[in-house]
Design a protein around this ligand. Sequence first.
Ligand code: UDX
Length: 478
Amino acid sequence: MADTSCCKLHAIIFPLPYQGHINPFVNLAIKLASKGLTITFVHAEHIHHTLTKSNMDKETDLFSAVRKSGLDIRYSTITDGFPVEFDRPLHLDEYWRSLLNDFPARVDEFIGNMIGSADSPPVSVLIADSFFAWSPGIARKYDLLNVSFFTQPALVFTVGCHWDLVTQNGHFPVKGDNEEELKYVPGVDSISTKDLMSYFKEEEIETVVHKAVFAAFHEMNRADFVLHYTVQELESKTLDTLSKNQPTYAIGPVYSFTNRPETTRVAKSLRSELDCTKWLDSKPPGSVLYVSFGSVVQTSKQVIQEIAYGLLLSEVNFLWVAREDILKSGDSDIFPDGFQDEIKGKGLIVPWCDQIMVLSNRGVGGFVTHCGWNSTLESMWCGVPMICNPVAYDQPTNRKLVVEDLKIGINLSDGVSIHREEVAEKISGFMSGSASQGFRDQAEKVKKILHDALDNGGSSERNLDKFIYDLRAKIINL
Ligand code: UDX
């Protein structure tokens, strides 16, 4: 084995400017710094602005607290070309067009300046979100090793990277409700067209987000290393197959979610959190259903209404995170008239919470989720089984892992329409029916897999160490 201990690594880290990507990136930065790397973490300016506002943080440097504890993490911001108050979700196409076409030149200039600066130790590594298509090109220009961090399951990675194969087989774009099994995607026994990511569907292929995502998938196999935010034991066949093409490391979930002294000292939440502990503590163990659809997707008032009345009919206790922007219509009146009065005692509705604190509370026995990958991993980490209501992006594909592969959840509806009676029946059966204990037992098994992976000598820990070793070895041999 080569002696790789000599070389001090300095990595610049660029997360995608969304909650579901910021969380794993901050955790990764802290973890790598705790293993001796120098890190420069770069947030978009508007993200910095929102984080300081939501967390009432007076610090201009979000990482100052962890730096005081001895970690070498530097912090910087970059403009995306829009003013901080620009409403990016409202102007999604314009925003993403600019991220795709204009932002790479800003990153290029930023990195060029940093490399030329006397204040910065020599940079050797660029770690960027896999959905930034610019990273392999810019890394090569500056002779940096390119690390692509994929914050979703390996299943999504292999399907996305084999989009040309799916096209050759006549399954792209997916038309209407057409359901066919794909048995040729490397590393996947079988996946139905209905479980492919939403940007594989015909109605989405003209969108700018689709173009950005596909440009990124096209570039992912050019990365020197790929970090996967998943666990080896959960997706071993897929990961083994991917590792034949590229150095591949499953390092999820990077940090223990329930014992997080370092990571809680860095502002990550883009919204202010409400503490629900007192309310949850007042409920019997396992009796509360937690409901949340993550940080970005929107839905219709009709869907909210059917879930709301389904919950009432089921008579289950529930805690619902209803973001003020959850409705596609922009309406801020989210719930049916009188609903808030009808739920007194049984239900609590909040705009945002510390989700990991909620999921780890003994009161919680289930999670109605949109299947965002962070929510899915956090639920697994806490041993909470799921009721799945995927909306967009990777969520339908993540649902397949939860319901069909790992068997730690059920579907809320058939995915086409949703009715309160069916919702009530599903919820009652899930929380207290005959199959309920089976889901809880299975969720406990998956929880153990995640906890073991993060233990000393566990697969995620080993893979992260191997990644750092391989990085150093590659730099020494360049
Ligand atoms: C987006 C995409 O929708 C998802 O498919 C992709 O996998 C990641 O990016 P998002 O909607 O942000 O995801 O969901 P998710 O990945 O679950 O991330 C949400 C994060 O927000 C989680 O880490 C969760 O802990 C946090 N959260 C959510 C809170 O802290 N408080 C809340 O009230 C709700």
